[in-house]
Design a protein around this ligand. Structure first.
Ligand code: ADP
Ligand code: MG
Length: 258
C-alpha cells in the first residue's frame, strides 16, 4: 500500500518577472526513490528548497507528512527540516571541521545528547555510508571526491530523517565513484526505509536507482512515471534526453546488466 508523503498542488514560483513554476502538481509516495529531471534553470533546486521552506513559492499548496507547510511558523519549520535530510549540490562540508565534527553539527544544534552519545551516533553514520572509521578524524580536503559525498550524506542522515533530498549527488564523480554512490543510495533506502527525492542528470543513476522520474518542463511536471514508461513520451525535450547518444548508451548498459 502506498501513501503520499509530499503533495504539491497548483504551485506557482516567480522571481521578479521570471515565472519558474506555473500550476505545478506532484505527489511523492512514502518509500519511493523519485528523481527530478529537466533542463538547466527549470527550477529543480528551487522546488527542493521550497519543500523544506528555504524558499517561499508565490502560491499553491505543499503538504509534507500530511501538513500544509506554507502555513508553518518558523518554529514549526524547524520541526519539518529535522525530519528531512538534505545534501545540496554545493552544500559543502565545513572545511575547518573534521568529518566527525561535521556530522555532529546537526546533533549539537537540535538535540541535548551527551558528547558520548553523539560520538556513538557519528560513528554509526560513518559506518552506514561505507566510510572507514578513521575518516572521522580527517578534514574534507584530505578525502577523495567520493568520500566527501559520503561524509555529506552521513551529515544529512545525522538526525534520522524520513525524507532525504539529494541535489545532483553524483555530479563531479567519475563513473565508478558515481556507480558506487548509486549502490549506497539504494542500500540506504532499504536499510532506513527512506523516501528519497533526487535531482540528477546522471542517466545511469536514473536507470539504476529510481522508482519514478518527475520531468520538469514547460514550468510544470509534465510526467512522473517509471523510466521505461517515460522513454516513449512524445515531448521534444524528453525525446532529445533519452534518445540522444548518451541516453541510448545508458539504457543499453542497463539491459545488458539485467
Ligand atoms: N532566490 C532566487 N532569486 C532569483 N532568482 C532565482 C532564485 N533562485 C533561483 N532563481 C532562478 O530560478 C531559475 C531556476 O533555478 P534552479 O531552481 O536553480 O534551477 P535548476 O536547479 O533546475 O537548474 C533560474 O533561472 C535561477 O536563476
Ligand atoms: Mg539545480
Amino acid at each position: 500500500m502506498s501513501s503520499a508523503i509530499i503533495e504539491i498542488n497548483q504551485l506557482y514560483t516567480q522571481f521578479g518577472s521570471l515565472i519558474i513554476h506555473e500550476a505545478l502538481n506532484l505527489t511523492i509516495q512514502k518509500g519511493e526513490i523519485i528523481a527530478l529531471i529537466g533542463g538547466s534553470g527549470t527550477g529543480k533546486t528551487t522546488l527542493l528548497r521550497e519543500i523544506i521552506l528555504l524558499e517561499k513559492p508565490k502560491s499553491g499548496s505543499i503538504r509534507v507528512f500530511g501538513q500544509e507547510i506554507l502555513e508553518l511558523s518558523e518554529t514549526q519549520a524547524i520541526w519539518l527540516r529535522q525530519r528531512c535530510g538534505v545534501m545540496f549540490q554545493h552544500g559543502a562540508l565545513f572545511s575547518s571541521l573534521t568529518v566527525a565534527e561535521n556530522i555532529a553539527v546537526p546533533l549539537k544544534e537540535h538535540t541535548d545528547l551527551s558528547q558520548r552519545m553523539i560520538d556513538e551516533i557519528v560513528a554509526y553514520k560513518i559506518a552506514i555510508v561505507g566510510l572507514p572509521p578513521y575518516a572521522g578524524v580527517n578534514h574534507p580536503s584530505q578525502l577523495s571526491g567520493g568520500m566527501v559525498k559520503r561524509a555529506a550524506l552521513a551529515r544529512a542522515l545525522a538526525l534520522d530523517p524520513e525524507i532525504l533530498f539529494l541535489d545532483e549527488p553524483t555530479a563531479g564523480l567519475d563513473p565508478i565513484g558515481a556507480g558506487a554512490l548509486d549502490e549506497l543510495i539504494l542500500q540506504l533506502k532499504k536499510l532506513l526505509g527512506l523516501t528519497i527525492v533526487m535531482v540528477t542528470h546522471d542517466l545511469d543513476s536514473l536507470w539504476k536507482v529510481t522508482d519514478r522520474i518527475a520531468v520538469l518542463a514547460d514550468k510544470k511536471v509534465i510526467a512522473a512515471k517509471p523510466i521505461h514508461e517515460l522513454v516513449n513520451i512524445n515531448h521534444p525535450w524528453l525525446q532529445a534526453y533519452f534518445h540522444g547518444a548518451r541516453g541510448r548508451a545508458a539504457q543499453e548498459s542497463t539491459w545488458t546488466a539485467k
